[in-house]
Design a protein around this ligand. Structure first.
Ligand SMILES: [Zn+2]
Ligand SMILES: [Zn+2]
Length: 349
């Protein structure tokens, strides 16, 4: 039996979530209800948390963030799911009818424009229960743990970025950024056959896991004045592919410094600033390919689950903390603390 109220982490103002008793969300046609097991804390949650609001212009009263979650079906509604099945939700909403959706590029859906995510425009998974569209739910094999399922979202972003790139066996790869997506891109690029994997980062607060896992061959300091020379030396003439996983002009510049003539820069980081300065001629005169990458396709979401299920990559290795819902506020504070060594926190509602 589902209760009438549930505990939820409600975004109540800038920098503040509170655990409140709120009504369990209602069912509707095409929806299923789950008891949430885990929900990963994402960098984009931090942006909303700082601002004290989600992306829904109507600003509902009890807004609940969280888009990286899994749980157990408690009400399958009119869907094919059964109560008791473990599922995760693809947070990427899509219409299924436009030309992009019909060509299998649902992340570019014209109706939702790449930004309509569960936990951004509608309530998400920092709660005991979640009700969402069955068309966005996917069964989880037993070999994907609840904690690992909390990392499917960043892993799908990394997976899509590596597949979008022209990365080939033995290519030299630069990853600019040290966050979870940067590290997962490194892990997948290694598995895709990179012969040299280098991370450019500006500090080491998040690299403990990367060093422990050992996929990266070398690290460079992203703000060093001799950055370009150091990268050229390490890669013996430049990287074939550079992944920008920060979303700033500086890190795009680091990619252009690192990539060889005719190479490729894949841009994954979302910029907070509406525009970033960019040395155009570095790209034009060296015929650098600039490739944007966002979310993933619906098919790639299924494949991301399969990558974990088959043991090709274990995202649980990247988790630094697993905390109860009651500690959501502390978990968010930890992310922005200058002393923090948080790479990935998973909440257990
Ligand atoms: Zn996320
Ligand atoms: Zn569409």
């Amino acid at each position: 039996m589902t209760k009438n109220t549930m505990k939820a982490g409600v975004l109540v103002g800038p920098g503040r979530v509170e655990i409140r008793d709120v009504p369990v969300p209602d069912m509707a046609p095409g929806m299923i209800r789950i008891r949430v097991r885990t929900c990963g804390v994402c960098g984009s949650d931090i942006h909303m948390w700082k601002e004290g609001k989600g992306w829904n212009p109507e600003r509902p009263d009890n807004f609940i963030m969280g888009h990286e979650f899994c749980g157990v079906v408690t009400d399958s509604g009119d869907s094919d799911f059964r109560a008791g099945e473990r599922v995760t939700f693809w947070a990427n909403l899509y219409c299924g009818e436009c030309d992009m959706c019909r060509s299998g590029r649902e992340q570019l859906c014209r109706a939702v424009n790449g930004t309509n995510y569960i936990g951004f425009v509608c309530n998400g998974g920092y709660a005991e229960y979640f009700v969402g569209k069955a068309m966005n739910a996917y069964r989880l094999p037993d070999t994907v743990s609840d904690v690992a399922a909390g990392l499917i979202d960043p892993l799908m972003v990394a997976y899509h970025a590596v597949r979008r790139s022209g990365l080939k066996l033995h290519d030299k790869v630069l990853v600019v950024g040290s966050g979870i997506i940067a590290q997962l891109i490194g892990g997948l690029a290694k598995r895709a056959g990179a012969s040299l994997l280098v991370m450019s980062r500006i500090d080491d607060r998040q690299t403990d896991k990367a060093r422990e896992i050992g996929d990266f061959d070398a690290y460079v300091y992203g703000n060093a004045s001799d950055r370009a020379e150091r990268m050229r030396e390490l890669s013996e003439g430049g990287f074939d592919v550079a992944f920008e996983a920060v979303g700033s002009g500086d890190s795009l510049a680091a990619c252009l410094d690192g990539v060889k003539p005719g190479g490729e820069v894949v841009m994954i980081g979302n910029s907070i600033a509406p525009t970033v300065p960019f040395e155009l001629n570095l790209a034009v005169l060296h015929e650098v390919r600039l490739t944007g990458s966002v979310s993933c396709t619906r098919r790639e979401f299924e494949e991301t689950i399969d990558l974990i299920a088959r043991g090709i990559i274990d995202p649980e290795k990247y988790v630094t903390d697993v905390l109860p819902l009651a500690e959501l506020q502390q978990a968010l504070e930890m992310q922005v603390s200058p002393e923090g060594h948080v790479l990935k926190t998973v909440i257990r509602p």
